[in-house]
Design a protein around this ligand. Structure first.
Ligand code: ZN
Length: 119
């Protein structure tokens, strides 16, 4: 069981919905820049490398956004099942303090630091 009150869950639900909307907008607008660089474009070698580097950064950023989007969606689903706020590894409460900072967090701080090797 989690230790969150109903109003805390409501507050976090609102935050998650807001962040989801923001991320979806971000992903929409970054869709263009993460398209592969057309190699037959008549640009110089250096600027092509530049473009490819920029594209790689855009792809990496997009992947991070997609990952976060998935976590946020998982958190919403967990709320529907009334499982939100419990660590998915040890099933201990994640805690409101941590959820306030990362409402999408699926693990408690202990388990998170185990899986990420620090942080
Ligand atoms: Zn845990």
């Amino acid at each position: 069981m989690n230790e969150l009150t109903e109003s805390q869950v409501k507050e976090l639900w609102t935050r998650i919905r807001e962040e989801l909307a923001e991320l979806e907008q971000l992903l929409d607008s970054s869709g263009e820049s993460s398209k592969p660089v057309a190699l037959d474009e008549p640009i110089g070698r250096l600027s092509r490398m530049d473009a490819m580097q920029q594209q790689q950064m855009a792809v990496a950023g997009r992947q991070a956004h997609l990952q976060r989007l998935q976590l946020l969606k998982n958190a919403l689903a967990a709320m529907e099942r009334e499982e939100y706020g419990c660590c998915r590894r040890c099933e201990e409460p994640i805690g409101y303090k941590r959820l306030k900072v990362r409402p999408e967090a699926p693990f408690c701080l202990d388990c998170q630091s185990h899986s990420e090797g620090g942080n």
